[in-house]
Design a protein around this ligand. Structure first.
Ligand SMILES: Nc1nc2c(c(=O)[nH]1)N[C@H]1C(S)=C(S)[C@@H](COP(=O)(O)O)O[C@H]1N2
Ligand SMILES: [Mo]
Length: 209
């Protein structure tokens, strides 16, 4: 596609997507896949990598890369919405469905929130009931290929119904908690819920600082 074709096509799709209620308020379409990271892309060693679950679970557990990639996967196509105002439609992902994953250890009755812990200390929080939606994945393949390092290889969460900062790249642990624990961006002015269709971008309190 030429640049002009690209722009025309994008405008056409934006207009129809907005009309169909598929493009959230204030968002524009992109065909690229921008990278947004606070800090550098961490190096990966699959020999020492593991994924842990802890907190309000019936049994704390860990998976090596070999063990994790042996788990059954699902594929899904979804739209992405970034708080910096780009949306990308029809992205294809493969990974372990979160809801299936929790069956492997069991969540305690007290668990209400899930906190994703990543390399370099990035965290993000979500209510457990949002994480239990059908479309939430622990994913390592994008568009039929291994995730690019910049997009979170080896593993990231994918939560299509929330702004993309809540899809945690370079995931290393999932904490289940009875109380909410606002994550990195949630403590730095972003909205705690982050629903793109409600345009929950920023915490209103942060506008007064
Ligand atoms: N570990 C970690 N996960 C992260 C981030 C980050 O800085 N570190 N950035 C978040 C933000 S703000 C966005 S918009 C998305 C961007 O995902 P992408 O780079 O694959 O487009 O990742 C989210 N997950
Ligand atoms: Mo972001």
């Amino acid at each position: 596609m030429s640049i002009l074709d690209d722009i025309m096509e994008r405008r056409r799709q934006e207009a129809s997507a907005r009309g169909a209620g598929r493009l959230p308020p204030g968002q524009s379409l992109t065909f690229k896949f921008p990278v947004l990271t606070y800090g550098p892309t961490p190096p990966v060693n699959l020999e020492t990598w593991d994924l842990r679950v802890f907190g309000e679970v019936k049994a704390e557990k860990r998976w090596t890369w070999e063990q994790f990639t042996a788990l059954p996967t699902t594929t899904l196509t979804c739209d992405l919405h970034c708080v910096t105002k780009w949306s990308k439609f029809d992205t294809l992902w493969e990974g372990v469905r979160f809801r299936d994953f929790v069956e492997l250890f069991g969540v305690s009755d007290h668990a209400r929130y899930v906190i994703a812990h990543c390399e370099h200390g990035y965290t993000t929080n979500l209510p457990l009931d949002i994480m239990m939606d059908d479309d939430v994945l622990l994913t390592y393949k994008y568009d039929g290929k291994w995730l690019e390092p910049d997009h979170g290889f080896p593993l990231r969460t994918l939560v299509p119904k929330r702004y993309l900062w809540k899809s945690a790249k370079w995931l290393r642990a999932l904490e289940f908690s009875a109380t909410d624990k606002p994550g990195f961006w949630e403590r730095n002015g972003y909205h705690n819920e982050g629903d793109p269709f409600k345009e929950e971008r920023f915490d209103r309190r942060s506008l007064f600082f």
